[in-house]
Design a protein around this ligand. Structure first.
Ligand code: ARG
Length: 642
C-alpha cells in the first residue's frame, strides 16, 4: 500500500543500519574530501584530518564540486588570491579521481573527474537504494561501539485538541514534526513520535453537557468529530449569550466596590445567573472528571477514543504513525503535586491573590511574563501539566533529546516551561529540550468561502487534481485507482507548499500556485518521479541487471552534471540535521529535478543502442531512487503514474 511505503522503508532501513559498520560510510562527498585533504596536506603543511573540515560546498556546480577557502587555512602574511594560485599549481595533475583544480579569487576549486564519479556514484545508489543518504552515526551513542545503542529522541508533534477538527496550526505541526522524526530516524536515532492531545479542561465539561442536550449517539458513531463540533458550537453560543449579563453585573460590582458603595443587591442578582450558567455547569462537570467520577469520565473517554480513530485516518494519509498518544489528561496528579511542592520549597513560585504564580523577572528572565501555575480553586493549568509532563517523560523514556513542534503563538509558553525546569534544579533536562517554532498559515479559504477543516481543504485540492488528471484520457485510463492518486497529489501539493519556506515564517495558503505543474510545486515533483518511472516502463527495463551497465558510455555534460548532483544528496541530509529545515531537502530536490528535465532530450533511452540504453537507464534509476528517498523523507508518497 502506498500509504505506508515510507514507514516500511524506514523499518527496512533500521534493519540494514544495524548491520552497518563505520567503514560503510555512504557519503561519496566524504570520500572526495578525504582524498583531496591527503593530497593537500604536503602542499599546505597541515594534517589531512584538519583539512577535511575546511573543504566546503560550492553554491553551484559551475564553481566546482568542493572548494577550499584559502582564508580558512589561517596562514599569516599571505594574499589569499596569490596563495590560491600557488596551491592550485602545486596540486598533482593527471589525477584519476580529480580534474585539475583551479584557483578563483581566494578559493581553490576542485572538480571530480567524470569517469571516476559516475562509476563511484551510480553503482553506490543502485546497491544501497533507500539507504542512500542516510547516516547511522550521528544517532549512535558511541560510533566506535555501535552495539551500545542509539540515542533516543522524543518528537512531540501534531497534538490537536480532541473533539475538534484539526486546524492549520495542527496541520503544520503534523507535517513538520513528521519530517523531523523521519530525519532523525534516517540519521540513526531511536525516535519516539508522541502526540500530546489537548484532552483535559473545563471545555470538555461544556461539551459533555452540550452533548446531553443536543447530541445523538447515532450521529456520534457515524460522524464523530463533525457532530461534536456542531454540539460545541451550539453550547458555546448559549454560554456566550449567558456571559453578557453576567459580565455586565460583574463590571458594575467592580465599579461600585471601588467607589465604596453597597453591592449586596447586585450580588443577589448575579448569584442565580452564575449558578444556572453553562459555564458553572461545565466547571462542575469537569470537577467530577478531576475527581475520577466514572460516569463523567465515560462520556469524555468516548469523545477521546473517537477523536483518535478519526485522527489516525488523517495521519495515515500523511504517512505518519504515532508511537504514543499522550495527552494532558494522562499527566499524573502526583507528579503535578510534586512539581508544585518543589517550586514552592525553592521559592520559585509565590502566592498571588489565592493563586500560585511564578514571576520570571525575579529569576533572571526579565523578558518572560508572569505565569499562574495553580488557580484560586486549586486546579492546575496547561503550563503546570507541561512542567510535570517533562519529568514524567524523562523518567519513562530517558530521552537524550526532546523536540516540541508547536506554533510560534506558544513561544512564551515553551520558554516558561524550559526556564522553570532549568531554575528548579533540572538544567540537565531542559538542556535536552528544544522548541521548533513555526509561523502560521494565512488564508486557508476557497472561492466558496472560508474552510476550517483539513478534510475540506484536501477535498478541494483533490477536486482540482482530478480535473487536471482527467484532461489526459490515455494516462487517466491507465490509473489503477484514480481516487487514490488524486488524494496523494492533493496531499503532496499541500505538504510541499508547507515545507517550502523557512519553518519559522508563516505563509499564505495559495490554491492556484500549489496545484500548478509549473514552478517548484508538489505536482512538479510527483511528475518528475512519474516520468522516470514511465521511462523505465516504456524501455521494459530490467532493474536487476542495471548493475552490469557500461557506465563509461555516459559522457555527455548532462549525464555528468546529473551524477554530480546525485552525489550531493547524503551531504544534503546531514546538513539538514543541522538546519532542521525541510526546505534544505526540497531546494535540492527541485534543483536535481531541473537537471533531470533538461536531460531527457539529450539522454534518450528509447531508440538508443542497447549498451547505451542500459547505461542511461542505470543513471535514471539512480536519479529516481534519490528523488524517492528525498520525497519520502519529506513524508510524501511518490507516484509511478499520474
Ligand atoms: N494542544 C495544544 C494546542 O492545540 C498544543 C500542545 C503543544 N504541546 C505541549 N506540550 N504543550 O494548542
Amino acid at each position: 500500500m502506498a500509504g505506508t511505503s515510507s514507514n516500511m522503508a524506514e523499518r527496512e532501513l533500521t534493519n540494514s543500519l544495524s548491520t552497518m559498520t563505520t567503514q560503510d560510510a555512504q557519503n561519496p562527498v566524504e570520500f572526495y574530501r578525504h582524498y583531496i585533504a591527503e593530497k593537500l596536506s604536503p602542499i599546505v603543511n597541515k594534517p589531512a584530518d584538519d583539512l577535511v573540515k575546511l573543504l566546503a560546498w560550492t553554491q553551484s556546480l559551475d564553481k566546482g564540486d568542493l572548494m577550499l577557502p584559502v582564508a580558512a587555512l589561517r596562514e599569516k602574511g599571505v594574499k589569499p588570491p596569490d596563495r590560491a594560485q600557488e596551491i592550485a599549481a602545486a596540486f598533482p595533475k593527471d589525477d584519476d579521481v580529480l580534474v585539475t583544480s583551479t584557483a578563483n579569487a581566494s578559493y581553490v576549486q576542485f572538480y571530480y573527474k567524470p569517469d571516476d564519479l559516475i562509476k563511484r556514484i551510480v553503482p553506490l545508489i543502485l546497491s544501497t537504494k533507500h539507504v542512500y543518504g542516510s547516516n547511522p552515526f550521528p544517532g549512535l551513542r558511541d560510533p566506535q561501539h555501535p552495539e551500545q545503542g542509539k540515542k533516543k529522541i522524543i518528537v512531540e508533534f501534531s497534538s490537536p485538541n480532541i473533539a475538534k477538527e484539526f486546524h492549520q496550526g495542527h496541520l503544520r505541526s503534523t507535517i513538520i514534526g513528521g519530517f523531523i522524526s523521519k530525519l532523525y530516524a534516517l540519521n540513526g536515532w531511536d525516535v519516539i513520535r508522541m502526540n500530546y492531545l489537548g484532552d483535559w479542561g473545563k471545555q470538555y465539561g461544556l461539551l459533555a453537557n452540550g452533548f446531553r442536550q443536543f447530541g445523538s449517539q447515532e450521529e456520534l458513531d457515524k460522524n464523530s468529530i463533525a457532530h461534536l463540533f456542531e454540539v460545541y458550537v451550539k453550547i458555546s453560543k448559549i454560554k456566550a449569550e449567558q456571559d453578557v449579563p453576567i459580565n455586565e453585573l460583574k463590571k458594575q460590582i467592580r465599579e461600585k466596590t471601588q467607589k465604596g458603595e453597597d453591592v449586596t443587591e447586585l450580588q443577589k442578582q448575579l448569584e442565580p445567573l452564575v449558578a444556572e450558567s453553562e459555564d458553572e455547569k461545565a466547571r462542575q462537570y469537569f470537577k467530577k472528571m478531576e475527581d475520577q467520577d466514572e460516569e463523567a469520565l465515560a462520556l469524555w473517554k468516548q469523545f477521546r477514543d473517537l477523536s483518535i480513530d478519526k485522527y489516525k485516518k488523517t495521519y495515515a494519509r500523511l504517512n505518519i504513525e504515532f508511537d504514543v498518544y499522550a495527552g494532558e489528561s494522562l499527566v499524573s496528579r502526583k507528579k503535578i503535586e510534586e512539581v508544585l511542592k518543589s517550586l514552592e520549597e525553592q521559592n520559585i513560585s509565590e502566592q498571588s491573590e489565592g493563586a500560585i504564580m511564578i514571576d520570571f523577572a525575579k529569576h533572571g528572565a526579565k523578558k518572560l511574563n508572569k505565569a499562574i501555575i495553580q488557580r484560586k480553586d486549586g486546579t492546575p493549568l496547561y503550563l503546570t501539566r507541561d512542567l510535570a509532563g517533562i519529568h514524567e517523560r524523562h523518567e519513562k523514556y530517558h530521552f537524550d533529546k526532546m523536540i516540541y513542534v508547536v506554533a510560534d503563538q506558544q513561544n512564551e509558553h515553551n520558554a516558561q516551561l524550559f526556564k522553570t525546569t532549568e531554575i528548579s534544579g533540572h538544567k540537565e533536562i531542559s538542556d535536552k529540550c528544544s522548541h521548533i517554532s513555526f509561523g502560521m498559515v494565512k488564508g486557508m479559504s476557497t472561492r466558496r468561502g472560508t474552510v476550517k477543516f483539513l478534510d475540506d481543504v484536501i477535498q478541494h485540492v483533490k477536486d482540482t487534481m482530478m480535473d487536471v488528471m482527467r484532461k489526459n484520457d490515455k494516462k487517466y485510463s491507465q490509473l489503477e485507482d484514480p481516487e487514490k492518486t488524486a488524494d496523494i497529489l492533493a496531499i503532496t501539493a499541500i505538504m510541499v507548499q508547507d515545507l517550502t519556506g523557512k519553518v519559522r515564517n508563516g505563509y499564505e495558503f495559495d490554491f492556484e500556485r500549489m496545484t500548478s505543474f509549473e514552478g517548484d510545486t508538489g505536482p512538479y515533483l510527483q511528475y518528475a518521479h512519474a516520468r522516470l518511472s514511465s521511462i523505465e516502463r516504456k524501455a521494459g527495463a530490467d532493474l536487476g541487471s542495471l548493475g552490469s551497465a557500461d557506465l563509461s558510455l555516459l559522457k555527455e555534460p548532462h549525464a555528468i552534471d546529473l551524477a554530480r548532483s546525485l552525489a550531493q544528496y547524503p551531504e544534503v541530509v546531514s546538513n539538514t540535521l543541522k538546519t532542521q529545515e525541510p526546505a534544505t531537502v526540497l531546494t535540492y530536490l527541485f534543483k536535481m529535478s531541473h537537471a533531470l528535465s533538461s536531460s531527457y532530450d539529450v539522454l534518450q533511452v528509447v531508440g538508443s543502442e542497447p549498451e547505451l540504453k542500459q547505461a542511461r537507464l542505470a543513471l535514471y534509476e539512480a536519479a529516481r531512487q534519490v528523488l524517492w528517498n528525498g520525497m519520502t523523507l519529506l513524508g510524501l508518497t511518490p507516484v509511478e503514474r499520474m
